[in-house]
Design a binder for this molecule. Structure first.
Ligand code: HEM
Length: 259
């Protein structure tokens, strides 16, 4: 930032005329830094837009995925037939396959841009402040989005290995109707208490990640209007708690009721 006193001093000395042995820098060169900063800010904003858009798409996916998984809570006989039928319906559909590619691309883009923005912010801040007062204005989970995101990525690797990979490339037994028995696969995985515990902990991380992500996306996309702030807050809390509690409840229920 320019110091007004220095600028005034510079003006006076220029009016007096430059001494012959002093070279005056061309004024245009001074404009370079703010221009570079503006360019960087614009790029960061478009990266944030991409984070917000992929994040909202992932939020939509989570709502649909949770609705599908709630079928696991139906009485066992019905749940088995219905969940396996639902899975068969999805796997044979070209439209769902395209959405699935978009989903994996969004997860990758979201994670990569999060890393890029984090590294840029660290470089821009240079060093940690001796006395860090950021906690006064922001929530702890807003400052730990990287950690929460990493926990979710860890969860996704285990999750995709156990279900998606098994369904696509593994040997899933068939049910009595000849459909791949994904229901029994899920119930068998949730027999393990440790597995269920890890799931629940990861869902708590997901809940906090969604909470901050929801408000952050609303700000980035410019819908965080003062007139709707209260509504956006209520919606964010309902969505984040509903999704994370819903996903956490399913393995706990299956473990104790079908174990
Ligand atoms: C109770 C919790 C959950 C259960 C029972 C569950 C179950 C499943 C099953 C059975 C599949 C394989 C189905 C298929 O590929 O067609 C699957 C896929 C997947 N799940 Fe989950 N899931 C749960 C929570 C989550 C959460 C919290 C996330 C994200 C944070 C997630 C992300 C995914 C993704 C990205 C796929 C791959 C989807 C695709 O094939 O396009 N799941 N899940």
């Amino acid at each position: 930032m320019s110091n007004p006193d220095h600028d005034r001093e510079a003006e006076v000395s220029l009016l007096d005329g430059p001494p012959h042995d002093v070279k005056i820098k061309p004024i245009e060169k001074k404009k370079e830094a703010p221009q570079r900063a503006k360019l960087g800010l614009r790029r960061t904003l478009s990266e944030k837009n991409l984070m917000a858009l992929t994040g909202l798409f992932l939020c939509l996916f989570l709502a649909v995925h949770l609705l599908g998984n709630l079928q696991l809570l139906l009485p066992p006989e019905i749940a088995q037939w219905q969940f396996n039928f639902y899975s068969k319906l999805l796997s044979g559909n070209i439209f769902i396959e395209l959405i699935s590619y978009l989903l994996f691309a969004s997860i990758l883009a979201h994670a990569i841009y999060a890393l890029v923005i984090t590294i840029k912010n660290r470089r821009a801040n240079g060093h940690r402040y001796d006395y860090d007062r950021r906690g006064v204005t922001s929530k702890w989970y807003s400052r730990k989005m990287g950690l929460l995101g990493t926990i979710i990525l860890f969860f996704l690797i285990i999750h995709l290995r156990d279900f998606w990979y098994q369904l696509q490339f593994g040997h899933v037994p068939l049910d009595k109707d000849g459909q791949k028995d994904l229901y029994t696969l899920v119930v068998t995985v949730y027999h393990s208490g440790w597995y269920v515990l890890i799931y629940v902990l990861c869902m708590i991380a997901l809940g906090y990640h969604l909470l901050h992500g929801f408000f952050s996306a609303a700000r980035t996309l410019g819908v965080y209007d003062p007139r709707y702030v209260e509504w956006i807050k209520i919606l964010g809390w309902i969505y984040s708690i509903g999704i994370s509690a819903g996903f956490a409840f399913i393995p706990v229920y299956v473990h104790f009721a079908r174990g």
